[in-house]
Structure formats: structure tokens, C-alpha cells
Design a protein around this ligand. Structure first.
Ligand code: GLA
Length: 728
């Protein structure tokens, strides 16, 4: 009989020759057969198994998919790894050499060491299983002990078998100003590929996260769902292979296109992590797992409340000056905000940044616009009782800049060709594989922060993709390392910045939502979901984004009407009610607001402060999807102790005489009694249930009848409600 290794806390050991490896989180099990000298195979991933079922697992029927299939011996299959050995042999055969486990603070790491049967070539497949959240991070360490370099042509992070059935995939797709739109499709025969080759902004179009529903089209609060997120900021490729067999195969890793990698002797290539979760509470259950893990382990300051801010971009665009910044600071302070962020347009001495055609890289203050420099602005903010933040785009330059004049060799471009330019007809990407560029980018942040220690927040932008393949730094025979080395350089630089400035809040922006990924979040506090601030379209984009990312990470701002991207006019209440479901901020010129509008925002900010911990640290329960075509959407957040919840209801279309479903709530304690209070009320009369109390059971079985329209002067068709529920 095979020995079962159940991974026990505080125990580090090597497996005996025959083993079934049981990797566990609080409610899930991942089981692998790892017999020494044999293939390592996936037996099970799902709800946590009892000892009895674990013992008999193999007899129940299991997948038998190799945990890291390599090319060359079953050539017709899909695989995780392909390479050419130093002697030209293109085949690799990996067998189990060892199994090791070790305890880290809140997790157990299992390492399954595989070795080629002929060559001194090793692949260690690693699993970090958290003991307090249902998440397993898996990655591989590929080690070349051959005498010469080996060329890797595919090097996935991981794969997973999925039993054929009514299996669906939910993923996100979009473009600038329309990011993270939900796509749901049934897995059919053939190959589904989700990938990104932008080089810099890997979430602008497709996302590297998926939900896999095992029981038919995904439901929000029921059904078995596997969530997978590739934690990487560079090019990626996710593949679902569905051959004529009983299993679909899911693969995830760095996109290998134009990225073949020469692995030198003794070098170890570490792939990005794939974070895996399983929930039998539907999509929302898997989202809650991602959010908890993310807040606790995978993002900067995930357990610290975010400040309510005003960002200057849509208010003044490039028209920055000291008086204008002061006025915006006064306005946000008077509305109860806590932070002011000066966006693009503040820098450039020789070439002032008047528009997007010049100056990136020249991070000296434009003294014509800001005679007192950044220091004067930080002082002003302090005097007004708020904090100050600043925009930078340090990985980029323009053809019109002092930096480019001095260091034309720092940009990415193909040899012997003119560089391809981006935004403004003149933007260029700096070559982050070059250590001098890494030093420069570090220094951009270091100079700003050391000269102005009062800076509380950085908006770090990145507005261009890698358009022309070529590093002026990497040797001729390592040009294919560019995409990978760019992100290694980026990671090293971020490490240095965080080591020196652990407390500053950093937003990842990349032409809007281009860097919403779990690869960068360990250094970043949040991301800008989209340059589109239209409240209606935000409902759709934030819905998709919330599949994988918690509200605390989703910057969501109240902006002006007509909206600058869609020209749509929605009521201020609607804009507030949408922005309040994420990390609330403002993106507006307050000077143009009426006193009444400012009053409404002042009230909203005060209300948000009350619910901020519920939204930012709570559990999400999505209730009615805007994508279902019911002309409304609804979701809620509940605190983990279930003492408080916030319920959102937004109309997504208005037709006269239209009926909407009565929304049943979720996530409450059935036995607790909750008092209902409407936030951001504009109606002439309170709601019928204002101040009334209901059991969680009633609210989850029946919900409350939400009036279809707001009853107030000057409202528009886009009605909305936010309810705060507090347990008695
Ligand atoms: C990008 C960002 C915007 C803004 C501008 C400034 O487009 O997404 O939020 O910062 O750059 O140029």
C-alpha cells in the first residue's frame, strides 16, 4: 500500500520512495502521486478530503495528468516545458527524484523535485499552501546542471487537469477605457488561448486570471469553481487544451513567443507563481478567497485603510500651477478628503511638459508652473490638513527630453532601425533590463521621496507597450530575453524602492487598468481600474475586476458630467454610489461644482468613512450581474464577523414600465437582526424600511423591495441605492 504524506505543520522531511502527496489549505486538498523514479501526476484538486477518501482516492478514478509535462516523448500532447539540451537533443523526460516539505510562517511549501532520466537537468515543482486562506501558489524552478546553456522554448508555471463535463471559463477582456469586461464560455474541444504580448501593460486587453466553473455556467453563490491567477506583470499565456479525452488541461505561464531563454549552466529559472483556489460557493466564493489572500499576503498594505483622495487629471489635465493645486487641495480638504494627488504636467525644465509629446524622463519641477517646487505643495497640503501625492511615469521617456538626448542607448529599439514611438507621437520605453536604467528609475523615486519626505502617495504610470523588439543592453545572443529581463529589472527596482520606502502608497496605473495583476501588487497598494470614469461603464468593469481583486485595490473616482470618455450624463448620486463600491476618490475640478454638489460629496465622504472598513476589508457577495441583462446590478460586502454589511443596487438601463427582480442578499448571519439605513439619500422621503430591522434570514430569503427610481428633484434615469446594515 502506498504511504500517504499529509503535510503537517512544523514538519520538514523527505518522502520515502512511494508517496501520495497531500497538500492542504483550510478547506481544500491537492493530491499528487509522486513515486520515486516515476512520473509525478495530479490525482485530485477540490474540497478537502478525509483520510478515508484519501486512502481510496486512486480507486475512485483520477486524472493521472503529469504535473509538469515536458516535450519530446509524447510529442502530440500539450506540455509545460520544451527545451533543447546542450547537445541538441529536444526531448526531456522528467521523473520524481525527491519530495521535500517545509513550514513557512502561515504556509507549508512542498517541493517535488523532478530530474531528467539522462541529463543533469532538474525541474522542481513547488506548492505553497496557506494554512489560513484557501490558496495554493505553484511555480517551478528549472535548473540546468549540464555543461553548456540549454535553450528553453516553453516554461509554464503550472498546469491542471479539469474533468470534462459542463465546464465553463470566465475571463476578462477589454481595451483602453473598457477594461476587464467579463467573457464566459463553455470549454469545447480544441484549444482556447488567453494571452498578452504588450510587454509592459499586461491587463489592458486580456487578464491573466480565470475562473473555471465545474458545474455548468458559473453562478455567483453556488457551484464548484477553481480560480487561477498568474502572478506576473509581463507577457503571459493561458491555454485550455481539450483533446478527445476525459480531461481538459489548463496551462499557465510566461508567453514563450519571441522569448526563448538560454539557461546557463548552474542557473535556475524561476517561473512566476500561479495562484490556485477552489470554492464550492460559486464565483463569489472564489473571489473571497482571492481577496483574503491578496489583502493578507500579496499586496502592499492590504490591511490598512486607503485615504479618500482627489486626483488632478480630469480636473485640469496638463494645466498645472501652484494656485490651481492649492485650490484643489482646499476643495478636497473642505469635503473631508484626506489626500490630494498632482497628476501629469508638473515636470520638465528644458522641455516643459505642456502635453503628452515631451519631457518624460526629466523629473525636475517646471518652475514656471510651480515656483516653490514640490516642497511648497507638500507644505500647503500639510497646512490644509491633508497629504500630498504625485504622478510619475519612470519607465518611459520622449524623443523630446533631456534624458533621451543624454542616453539614447537606454531605450528599447531594434538594431539599425528608428525607434517606434507611442503616445504623443514621441513616447519611448526605457530598457528595464539595463541596470543603469534600473538605477535611474530607482533614483527618480528616491530623489522625489528624499527631497520631499512628506509625500504620501505615488501614482506610477506606464503608457506604452514594447513596440519594437531590441535591447541595446542585452548581448546579441540574448535578445530574446528582453521581455523577461524587462520584468526582472522592474521587480528588482520595485524591491529597492520598497526596501527604502515601505510606507508610501503606490498606485499602479498603465493607461488605466493595464497593470491590474497579482504580479505587481506586492509592491503596489492599488491600481487605476480604467481611464474611463463613466459610472455606468464602471459598473461593468469593476464587476469583472472584483472577480480577482478586492475593493481596497480598485481606485474608483467620482468625476464630472458629461463624462469625459463617454459623454454620458448621470446623477451625482449615481456616480457616488458606484465610486463608493471601490476605493473612493474624486477625479474632477471642484471649482466647477455647485455648493449643493459639494455638500452632497461632503456627506458621501463622511458616509464612506463609516463603511470604509466594510468595503475595503469585507467579503464580497455579488448578487445580480450587470452582464445578465436584467437592467440592474447588485452586490454587497459583509464584515467577516457578519456584524455589518453594505448593499449596492444600481440600474444599468431605464425603460419605462420595466420590472426589476427583487434581490436576495447573501453573506449575512441568518440569526442576526440587521437595522437598515440608506446612505447618500437624496429622496424626499426615507425608504419604507429606513431604520427598520430584519433578520439575516429574511434578507437572504426575500431581500427588500428597492424602489425603481429615486424620488428627488433633478435626478436622472440611472437610479441607485446604497444600504448600510448593522447587526443589533
Ligand atoms: C494615463 C493615465 C491617466 C493620467 C494620464 C496622464 O493615461 O491612465 O490617469 O494619469 O496618463 O498623462
Amino acid at each position: 500500500m502506498k504511504r500517504i504524506i499529509t503535510i503537517l505543520a512544523a514538519l520538514a522531511f523527505s518522502a520515502s520512495a512511494f508517496a501520495q502527496v497531500h497538500i492542504t489549505t483550510p478547506t481544500t486538498s491537492l493530491v499528487i502521486s509522486a513515486d520515486k523514479g516515476k512520473d509525478a501526476r495530479y490525482l485530485y484538486y477540490g474540497k478537502r478530503l478525509s483520510d478515508n477518501d484519501l486512502n481510496n482516492l486512486s480507486s475512485s478514478g483520477t486524472s493521472k495528468m503529469n504535473i509538469y509535462p515536458a516535450y519530446g516523448f509524447n510529442c502530440t500532447d500539450e506540455f509545460c516545458l520544451s527545451l533543447t539540451h546542450a547537445d541538441g537533443n529536444m526531448s526531456t523526460v522528467l521523473k520524481v527524484e525527491d519530495v521535500q516539505t517545509s513550514q513557512e510562517s502561515n504556509s507549508v511549501v512542498t517541493r517535488i523535485v523532478l530530474k531528467d532520466t539522462v541529463y543533469p537537468f532538474y525541474v522542481t515543482v513547488c506548492y505553497r499552501a496557506y494554512q489560513d486562506v484557501d490558496m495554493i501558489e505553484t511555480w517551478t524552478e528549472i535548473e540546468n546542471k549540464e555543461k553548456k546553456a540549454v535553450m528553453l522554448t516553453r516554461f509554464d508555471s503550472a498546469c491542471l487537469p479539469l474533468r470534462v463535463g459542463d465546464t465553463w471559463v470566465s475571463h476578462l477582456n477589454g481595451k483602453w477605457a473598457n477594461e476587464a469586461r467579463l467573457v464566459e464560455e463553455k470549454l469545447e474541444r480544441g484549444i482556447l488561448v488567453i494571452q498578452n504580448k504588450d510587454g509592459v501593460r499586461n491587463a489592458q486587453t486580456d487578464h491573466s486570471e480565470v475562473m473555471i466553473s465545474l458545474d455548468g455556467k458559473a453562478q455567483e453563490n453556488t457551484g464548484r469553481v477553481i480560480g487561477a491567477a498568474l502572478c506576473y506583470s509581463g507577457n503571459y499565456q493561458l491555454r485550455f487544451n481539450s483533446p478527445a479525452s476525459s480531461y481538459h488541461q489548463f496551462f499557465a505561464g510566461i508567453c514563450p513567443d519571441n522569448s526563448h531563454y538560454y539557461l546557463d549552466p548552474k542557473e535556475v529559472f524561476v517561473t512566476p507563481q500561479l495562484a490556485l483556489t477552489f470554492s464550492d460557493e460559486g464565483l463569489s466564493g472564489a473571489s473571497r478567497n482571492f481577496h483574503r489572500w491578496g489583502r493578507n499576503y500579496k499586496m502592499a498594505h492590504g490591511n490598512t485603510e486607503r485615504k479618500i483622495l482627489l486626483n488632478s487629471w480630469e480636473g485640469v489635465y496638463f494645466d498645472i500651477n501652484e494656485a490651481g493645486m492649492g485650490q484643489m487641495m482646499d476643495d478636497i480638504a473642505s469635503m473631508g478628503g484626506e489626500l490630494f494627488v498632482m497628476d501629469d504636467g508638473w515636470f520638465g525644465e528644458k522641455y516643459p511638459r505642456l502635453n503628452d509629446k515631451s519631457s518624460l524622463g526629466d523629473w525636475g519641477v517646471d518652475k514656471n508652473k510651480l515656483p516653490g517646487g514640490v516642497a511648497a505643495l507638500v507644505r500647503m497640503a500639510t497646512e490644509k490638513g491633508i497629504r500630498f501625492g504625485i504622478w510619475i511615469e519612470p519607465e518611459m521617456t520622449n524623443t523630446v527630453s533631456e534624458l533621451y538626448e543624454k542616453h539614447p542607448d537606454w531605450i528599447i529599439k531594434a538594431p539599425q532601425r528608428d525607434p517606434v514611438t507611442g503616445r504623443g507621437g514621441s513616447q519611448l520605453v526605457l530598457d528595464m533590463s539595463n541596470p543603469q536604467v534600473q538605477d535611474f528609475v530607482f533614483k527618480v523615486v528616491d530623489d522625489i521621496m528624499s527631497e520631499n519626505p512628506g509625500i504620501d502617495y505615488i501614482k506610477w504610470d506606464a503608457n506604452m507597450s514594447i513596440q519594437n523588439h531590441g535591447s541595446q543592453y542585452l548581448p546579441k545572443d540574448r535578445q530574446s530575453h528582453l521581455y523577461i529581463e524587462y520584468h526582472r529589472g522592474f521587480a528588482k527596482t520595485c524591491d529597492r524602492i520598497r526596501a527604502k520606502y515601505p510606507d508610501v502608497t503606490i498606485q499602479a496605473c498603465a493607461s488605466g487598468g493595464g497593470r491590474a495583476n497579482w504580479g505587481i501588487m506586492p509592491w503596489f497598494d492599488e491600481f487605476w481600474v480604467s481611464d474611463n470614469t463613466d459610472a455606468l461603464q464602471r459598473i461593468y468593469m469593476q464587476w469583472g475586476t472584483s472577480y480577482f481583486f478586492p475593493a481596497i485595490a480598485m481606485a474608483s473616482h467620482i468625476s464630472a458630467v458629461p463624462n469625459h470618455q463617454t459623454n454620458r450624463v448621470t446623477s451625482l448620486k449615481f456616480r457616488i454610489d458606484v465610486a463608493m463600491s471601490g476605493r473612493l476618490g474624486m477625479e474632477i475640478q471642484p471649482k466647477n461644482m455647485t455648493d449643493r454638489e459639494k455638500e452632497i460629496c461632503r456627506n458621501a465622504i463622511a458616509e464612506y468613512k463609516k463603511i470604509r472598513p466594510v468595503v475595503q476589508f469585507g467579503d464580497i457577495y455579488r448578487l445580480v450581474s450587470p452582464y445578465e441583462g436584467k437592467n440592474m446590478a447588485s452586490l454587497m460586502y459583509c464584515t467577516q464577523d457578519k456584524k455589518q454589511a453594505v448593499f449596492y443596487w444600481w440600474k444599468t438601463e431605464t425603460m419605462h414600465g420595466e420590472q426589476f427582480p427583487r434581490v436576495r442578499m447573501a453573506g449575512l448571519d441568518p440569526d442576526k437582526t440587521y437595522t437598515v439605513h440608506e446612505l447618500n439619500r437624496i429622496d424626499k422621503n426615507p425608504l419604507k424600511f429606513e431604520g427598520k430591522s430584519f433578520t439575516g434570514r429574511f434578507l437572504m430569503d426575500n431581500g427588500l423591495e428597492i424602489p425603481y427610481t429615486n424620488n428627488a428633484d433633478n435626478t436622472f434615469d440611472w437610479s441607485s441605492r446604497v444600504l448600510h446594515l448593522v447587526a443589533e
